[in-house]
Design a binder for this molecule. Structure first.
Ligand code: ATP
Ligand code: MG
Length: 460
């Protein structure tokens, strides 16, 4: 629906006090003010909005005049000021229509407009183009957003291809909203994405990362990933994962490796590093796939090749280093098998090199992998046996890091009479090594004796 006579829905939406007060000041000063965008969408479907936006006929100059230093310019070039009443800010944006887009991401110039219709027409999806008039208690809907909200449909305002050519980030937003809201994407909108997928390359990696993370943390990460694969967006975002569509998950598997990876991602709890690790755990397989003498498919060392590929992919998407490290550690170790004959000290060394949290996360990745393979996730699995054994070792209360030692850097400096510096760290690492081997030595006296012996022999 794209007509000049909007649908008006009379409804009493509960608006927070500070938003009411800002809209009230604008209208009392003679300007129009509507609550717009995601907040109205969320209220109409019973979700709690995360942020509140106001669209107004007041220009940035007017807003500054009305609110003084409570109006902070946060995107003035685009007509946006954030107004603070108390400690909560509300974005107040002047009605605008956008000029030409030549970079496929941002309008070349912003043109302010005197009317609401222009403003909602530049918004991405019909469900995001609703405007609420607080005084009249009515929602104005020019583009069928209320109907699409009821039907659970994501549809662009206007022609999808035109709207995606203007700003290609909208293609990812369509998928992200679909999975966050449990909506479907309309056929035309989906076709528009499938046609213009290449344009996603114009979007900054940071914005892609943000949308991808939100998709992965939604309740339907699998649906989002299938949408990105079917529309070819995945070929640009994570080509390493697209490559997994062409091979089986394992010898004679009914699932492609991509489908297996998606199922693993869906089966793990919504923590970003876990979702990423489950999704990418096998991405080393396409590069390592080979047939053995019997014709069986093998994927030797796919875990270390996969960890390297995941590092490159996540760095390209500008994920933080610490997260990349956690994800790649999980991928590298996901084929870990526990040997019951392993000595306690072997287990302690493993905890020392991986960290306890990573070991528990590894258990979760392994479990998700098994669920995705249709295997019994828990009892009887090798990982389960390992975790039981780990509990036994932990009960002995051993030290796994230098912080767990009964001596610290100050003791080392005093006994060896050395200044602060890397040498202190090296001595503590040696002590930890001794204690990992023999936990009984982690008493203050014994460790100080060892440090004194180092001093005598000058071996530190
Ligand atoms: P959420 O905050 O949950 O992501 P939202 O709909 O509030 O959802 P925002 O990114 O906060 O999304 O944007 C606020 C509003 O601005 C949107 O509802 C939409 O009307 C408009 N908007 C945001 N990004 C775009 C875009 N790339 N193209 C067109 N309109 C957009
Ligand atoms: Mg928002």
């Amino acid at each position: 629906m794209d007509c000049h006579t909007p649908v008006i829905l009379q409804i009493d939406i509960k608006i927070p006090e500070h938003v009411l007060a800002i809209a009230d000041m604008l209208t009392k000063s003679g300007y129009e003010a509507y609550v717009v965008g995601g907040a109205i969408r969320d209220c109409l479907i019973g979700k709690t909005p995360t942020d509140w936006d106001i669209a107004s006929s007041a220009t940035p100059e007017d807003v500054k005049r009305i609110f003084g230093d409570r109006a902070i310019p946060t995107g003035e070039r685009f007509g946006t000021l954030t107004v603070f009443l108390g400690d909560q800010g509300v974005e107040v944006t002047t009605f605008r229509k956008e000029g030409r887009y030549s970079d496929g991401r941002r309008p070349d110039r912003v043109v302010f407009s005197g009317n609401l219709r222009d403003d909602v027409a530049r918004r991405d999806f019909t469900i995001n183009a609703l405007a609420y008039d607080i005084r009249r208690k009515s929602v104005t809907d020019y583009f069928g957003g209320i109907r699409d909200l009821g039907d659970g449909i994501i549809r662009t305002v206007g022609d999808p291809e035109e709207r995606f050519s203007e700003d290609s980030l909208r293609m990812l937003r369509a998928i992200r909203f679909a999975v966050e809201l449990s909506f479907e994407i309309s056929c035309e909108t989906l076709c528009g994405i499938a046609k213009l997928h290449c344009a996603i390359r114009r979007v900054s990696p940071e914005r892609i990362q943000d949308e991808l993370s939100r998709m992965l943390l939604s309740t339907r990460p699998g649906k989002a990933l299938r949408y990105t694969y079917e529309t070819h967006l995945l070929d640009h975002i994570l080509p390493e994962l697209s490559d997994c569509a062409g091979i089986p998950a394992y010898h004679e598997s009914p699932d492609t490796l991509l489908e297996h990876s998606i199922k693993a991602c869906e089966s793990i709890e919504p923590r970003l590093e876990l979702r990423l690790a489950a999704l990418l755990h096998d991405i080393g397989k396409p590069l390592t796939m080979a047939q053995d003498d019997t014709g069986r498919l093998r994927f030797f060392s796919h875990e270390s090749v996969g960890a390297e590929l995941a590092k490159t992919a996540l760095e390209r998407l500008k994920y933080p280093g610490a997260l990349i490290h956690r994800v790649t550690t999980l991928i590298k170790w996901h084929m870990f098998t526990y040997e019951p004959a392993t000595k306690d000290k072997g287990i302690r060394r493993l905890v020392n090199s991986l960290g306890l949290e990573a070991i528990y996360d590894l258990g979760k990745v392994r479990q998700a992998d098994r669920v995705a393979l249709g295997l019994d996730p828990g009892p009887g699995s090798n990982m389960e046996a390992f975790l039981r054994r780990l509990e036994e070792v932990l009960k002995q209360g051993p030290a796994f890091t230098v912080n767990d030692l009964t001596v610290d850097g100050r003791d080392v400096m005093r006994v060896l009479d050395i200044p602060e510096g890397p040498e202190v760290g090296r001595v503590l690492a040696k002590l930890l090594d001794v204690v990992l081997e023999e936990p009984g030595l982690n008493s203050r006296e014994r460790l100080l004796d060892i440090v004194r012996a180092m001093a005598d022999k000058k071996i530190h």
